[in-house]
Design a protein around this ligand. Structure first.
Ligand code: ARG
Length: 296
């Protein structure tokens, strides 16, 4: 099967700036061939046709919600490349590629570099410590809400603060089921966000409560069904699962939940958001980025 998503011609697609939407990678080589999180069981078979259909439906759902979907070619032997959220951290026309903590995923990064260079973006150096991209560093209110512990390492964030001047609220992740921050936290706008308390330490959850004015607290069941792993496109919340209660909480805030089943990707521990990398991200520079300027 081939993807039906239509990619704009390269000249049109290229160039930094706003209006980029999301980057996705077709599930051509998607599979569960190793296990690097508690959801992955190599004994479980992936239904490849179903994975394609689910991925294509996610593309069309996002497009219907007004999001432009761009793609990055898949590469053989890299079954998790479909989870583009882990490719890097986007800020304006720059991507800071991830430093994958797991050797199985490390070779994805050269493809990320190639794709962004081809699109005319600035490709920064990856952090000096493991940091798994936007999957572990979600943009919220001009800063980043970041996770560390299972995958990303805390020192990566000190480096990013110093090097890029970003405001990073780094939170320790405690539950192996929620090994990336995007499984426990999802911004809806600058004030509201879905929050799964048990993904974080008590101190981490308290820090989150300080910065999220209007939390939509998920139940343990909603968390385990990856409700937090949603893509917010305008007022549409594209999510792998929703409950009536959560639907009402979202609607009360003016959002429309749209469930997009991605169960095949759940076998690799991912949901809707993991399958996308937001390209429309502008982060504040709270501190001056550390740059060695040559004067004279
Ligand atoms: N199998 C992938 C991994 O363990 C899933 C990545 C999910 N991505 C995410 N942003 N949470 O790395």
């Amino acid at each position: 099967m081939t993807p039906t998503t239509s990619e704009a011609p390269e000249e049109e697609a290229g160039g930094p700036g706003r209006g980029h939407g999301v980057l996705m990678c077709p599930p051509e080589y998607f599979d569960v061939t190793y296990s690097i999180n508690v959801w992955m069981d190599t004994g479980v078979k992936v239904d490849f046709d179903r994975a394609w259909r689910q991925w294509e439906r996610l593309v069309s759902t996002l497009e219907d919600a007004g999001t432009r979907v761009r793609t990055m070619p898949a590469a053989p032997g890299l079954p998790d490349m479909v989870f583009t959220a882990n490719a890097g951290i986007v800020d304006g026309d720059t991507i800071t590629p991830a430093r994958m903590s797991r050797p199985e995923r490390a070779p994805e990064i050269e493809h990320v570099r190639d794709r962004f260079e081809e699109l005319g973006w600035t490709v920064d150096e990856p952090p000096t410590a493991p940091q798994e991209g936007a999957g572990d560093a979600v943009a919220f209110d001009g800063g980043l809400v970041a996770g560390y512990g299972p995958r990303s390492a805390e020192p990566a964030y000190a480096g990013l603060r110093a090097h890029r001047g970003w405001t990073v609220t780094a939170l320790e992740l405690t539950d192996p089921r929620y090994y990336h921050v995007d499984l426990g936290f999802c911004p809806l706008d600058d004030r509201a966000a879905m929050v799964l308390p048990e993904a974080f330490t008590a101190a981490g959850h308290a820090a989150l409560a300080e910065i999220v004015e209007d939390p939509v607290v998920l139940t343990p069941e909603e968390g385990a069904a990856f409700c937090a792993n949603a893509v917010v496109a305008g007022r549409t919340v594209v999510m792998p699962h929703c409950t009536p209660r959560l639907g009402r909480e979202l609607e009360r805030r003016g959002f429309e939940p749209v469930v997009c089943e991605v169960s095949e990707f759940g076998k690799a521990g991912g949901g809707c958001r993991c399958l996308t990398l937001a390209l429309d991200v502008e982060l504040d520079r709270a501190g001056a980025p550390f740059t060695a300027e040559v004067v004279g």
